[in-house]
Design a protein around this ligand. Structure first.
Ligand code: PLP
Length: 392
């Protein structure tokens, strides 16, 4: 069984490696998240918002021209059709409902490219809660539209000015803010990373993806299980959601596409399982890209959402026991796969999701295999990058 254990571990990975001063915050969450999430009152509000606000269930779309091109039956799970354009809102909706029930008044979050910041600012507006998003100063300059989106939604964006002025520094700032306001503040983490119980909690909120795939595939194909599920992995939340109900079904291949950047050995990639070693990152034991003396190596990917030096502990475990197949997809190949989907199906994907699409060229499958690709987001936010790349 692939589930988190009592201490917050998936096999060798996970746990809660946190400063003493964060202990009460994490304990409060750990003691309460399961019972709150299981309560009828929570479930009713969560399900209502997933349906009427997010727009779930998202379609499971049979991509006939893409299928013909690749010689398999390919279905796309359309998370790009969620409100705000990606799967991230499934998690932020869940966490804000949890925060309300814990009596919290303020929300804080970290963001890299700004996608998680926007998803958090969105649900804070929805619930009338104060929202502060920490973002590296460099990222604030690079991701102007998302910064303005957050401000339009009423969030305060606070620059992190230390270190490399990017995501890891924003995470440090958010942690510091949480230590200073433990009683009235909830910290919404955006992926299946961080100290226990975050990775499992976020995976549970995202597990609606595979829950829907099961009944949708049953309706369309008369079977719940595809031959393979493919998803891209930054921290790993859309992949965890798409894999969740298939973890313990060995006949379903779980295929994770990481960012190979300019090439795994180019010094410019985010191919964590290919290059990483076990260590502690953002409060959990996982696999991360680090130097021999434990300094985190700056990752690179053309897609901001995959530009992360680690993976969530559940993915480290799937990799470790061989349950997941991890592939490194390079920038150029992902961009081409994004254009291929645009031309064949009229869907411009997020560049993150385009990494999962290129995996179709890297795996072997039989003629009528059923393959589900999790289309984590839409490409509107990536227009600049598509234009700069120009190869269409
Ligand atoms: C943030 C993001 C990702 C990467 O995050 P995961 O936690 O790995 O899912 C992937 N796709 C899109 C569209 C994103 O916005």
């Amino acid at each position: 069984m692939i589930r988190v254990d009592e201490k917050g571990f998936y096999g060798k990975f996970g746990g809660a490696y946190i400063p003493e001063m964060l202990h009460p915050n994490i304990e409060e969450l750990r003691e309460n998240y399961e019972s709150i999430m299981a309560s009828p009152d929570f479930q009713q509000e969560f399900q209502m918002l997933l349906k009427d606000y997010v727009g779930r269930p998202t379609p499971l779309y049979y991509a006939s021209r893409l299928s013909e091109r690749h010689g398999a039956k390919i279905y796309l799970k359309r998370e790009d059709l969620c409100h705000t354009g990606a799967h991230k809102v499934n998690n932020t909706i869940g966490q804000i409902l949890l925060a309300k029930r814990l009596g919290k008044k303020r929300i804080i979050a970290e963001t890299g490219a700004g996608q998680h910041g926007v998803a958090t600012a969105t649900v804070c507006a929805l619930m009338g809660m104060e929202c502060t998003v920490y973002m590296g100063e460099l990222d604030i300059h690079r991701q102007r539209p998302n910064v303005e989106r957050m401000k339009i939604l009423g969030a305060k964006v606070v620059p992190a000015t230390s270190g490399s002025k990017t995501l890891k520094d924003a995470t440090n700032e958010a942690m510091r803010a949480w230590i200073n306001n433990p009683v009235d503040t909830h910290y919404i983490i955006g992926s299946v990373v961080g100290p226990h119980p975050y990775p499992e909690m976020v995976a549970l909120f995202q597990s609606v993806i595979s829950e829907e795939i099961k009944w949708q595939l049953q309706e369309k194909e008369g079977r719940e299980n595809p031959d393979a599920v493919i998803a891209c992995v930054g921290g790993g939340s859309n992949a965890a959601g798409a894999f969740y109900h298939y973890y313990d079904v060995p006949e379903v291949r779980l295929i994770a596409a990481e960012a190979g950047g300019l090439g795994v050995h180019s010094g410019k990639s985010a191919a964590t399982t290919a290059l990483g070693t076990p260590g502690i990152l953002h409060g959990s034991k996982t696999i991360l890209m680090q130097t021999e003396d434990g300094q985190v190596i700056e990752p690179h990917s053309i897609s901001a959402g995959l530009d992360y030096p680690g993976i969530g502990p559940v993915h480290a475990h799937l990799f470790d026991i061989g349950r997941g197949e991890f592939l490194a997809v390079e920038d150029e190949d992902a961009m081409k796969a994004g254009i291929e989907l645009s031309r064949l199906e009229g869907i411009i994907p997020a560049i993150e999701s385009a990494h999962a699409l290129h995996a179709l060229n890297m795996i072997e499958f039989k003629k009528d295999d059923i393959i589900v690709v999790n289309l984590s987001g839409r490409g509107d936010k990536d227009l600049e990058t598509y234009i700069k790349w120009g190869g269409y």
